[in-house]
Design a binder for this molecule. Structure first.
Ligand SMILES: NC(=O)c1ccc[n+]([C@@H]2O[C@H](COP(=O)([O-])OP(=O)(O)OC[C@H]3O[C@@H](n4cnc5c(N)ncnc54)[C@H](OP(=O)(O)O)[C@@H]3O)[C@@H](O)[C@H]2O)c1
Length: 313
């Protein structure tokens, strides 16, 4: 075991986002990280490595962000990246929290600096990150609007707090945002789509708006007057990747998230909820991947790596 890490076992649920990119070789692990897939886990503490300074105890329920290696019964986690599982969440629900919610929080708070009353356009509003982002935008007192590719996903986003939703397959989301904002546009755009949407994004960005790019599911190339249009809006084009960040950055993120967001999963109104699309056992992993590749999931797909009969919580 590595110094100052904590090993989690064995009731562990893992998440499979990024698997597709991994399988296609488009998302290699940062140098020195495991090439086993799986970026987040929930489970119980098994043992503490030498030098651990925090007060985690064996059997405590925890969840963690990883740089890889989550498809396993045991993982060693730097203590700074461990979070307690909120009391009213199951381990399965908790497994859906670390990466999607820390990503959404990082994009909205650290990168996009969303302020009360601002309008935030969240693309892929039915996705893992999207469903977290919609709820966080509401928590921050701002106004989420979303795009999605089906009426079911739009409906779910609206249930989570989206003030409006636009089916990008049926018409211009930029027009929808213009109409919703009385022509002002969105103050912040959370964009995991990229290329194919650039023109609509810049068109519905508010003056001085922040366009936060964190994925390129809709392509990487841009052909046209992006810079001129962005300049005319005095727009800020920002981008971020979480996985390649330093341990210190992630530790700061986990700390800020634990203080500002985590209590809202278990407060009286329990205002935040991880959205689970489905749970698969490890034996059915191929089916889980097919489900994700078909874009059928609404929220997160969780993989249980231990046989059901050994499951304790
Ligand atoms: N930068 C970072 O640090 C970071 C961290 C985490 C995730 N990400 C990225 O964030 C993205 C979303 O992750 P996730 O876990 O939330 O994904 P997810 O739950 O698997 O959802 C992805 C959804 O995106 C939509 N989509 C896919 N291709 C599209 C396209 N060409 N145009 C429009 N919509 C498309 C689909 O929904 P519809 O049916 O609505 O089209 C799909 O269900 C991924 O690209 C991932 O790599 C980045």
């Amino acid at each position: 075991m590595i110094k100052r890490t904590i090993s989690c076992s064995p009731t562990q649920y893992n998440w499979i986002l990024k698997v597709l990119f991994w399988r296609r070789g488009l998302y290699p692990p940062p140098p020195g990280e495991s090439d086993i897939i799986g970026l987040e886990v929930a489970g119980t503490v098994d043992s503490l490595g030498p030098g651990v300074k925090t007060n985690w105890k064996p059997d405590e329920r925890v969840m963690a962000l990883l740089s890889g290696g989550g498809y396993a019964e045991y993982v060693a986690v730097p203590e700074e990246l461990l979070m307690p599982v909120p009391s009213n969440l199951t381990l399965c629900q908790a497994a859906a929290v670390p990466e999607a919610w820390l990503t959404a929080f990082q994009l909205l708070d650290f990168i996009g600096t969303v302020k009360e009353g601002e309008v935030v356009l969240v693309h892929a509003g039915g996705s893992g990150v999207g469903t977290a982002a919609v709820q966080l935008v509401r928590l921050f007192g701002a106004v989420p609007v979303v795009t999605a590719g089906s009426p079911e996903k739009l409906k779910m986003a609206e249930k989570l707090g989206a003030a409006a939703g636009f089916n990008y397959k049926e018409g211009s989301f930029a027009k929808g945002v213009h109409d919703f904002t009385g022509g002002k546009g969105a103050n912040v755009i959370l964009d995991c789509i990229g290329g194919c949407n650039w023109e609509q994004n810049v068109s519905c960005l508010a003056v001085d708006g922040r366009w936060v790019l964190y994925g390129t599911m809709g392509g990487r190339s841009v052909d046209g007057d992006l810079l001129g249009k962005l300049l005319s809006k005095r727009g800020h084009l920002l981008s971020s990747l979480l996985r390649s960040r330093s341990l210190q950055y992630k530790a700061n993120l986990v700390k800020a998230f634990s203080r500002r967001v985590l209590p809202h999963f278990s407060d009286q109104s329990a205002s935040l909820k991880p959205v689970i699309d489905s749970t698969f056992s490890l034996e059915d992993i191929a089916e889980a991947h097919r489900h994700m590749e078909a874009n059928r999931n609404m929220g997160k797909i969780v993989v249980n790596v231990i046989p059901q009969k050994q499951e304790t919580q």
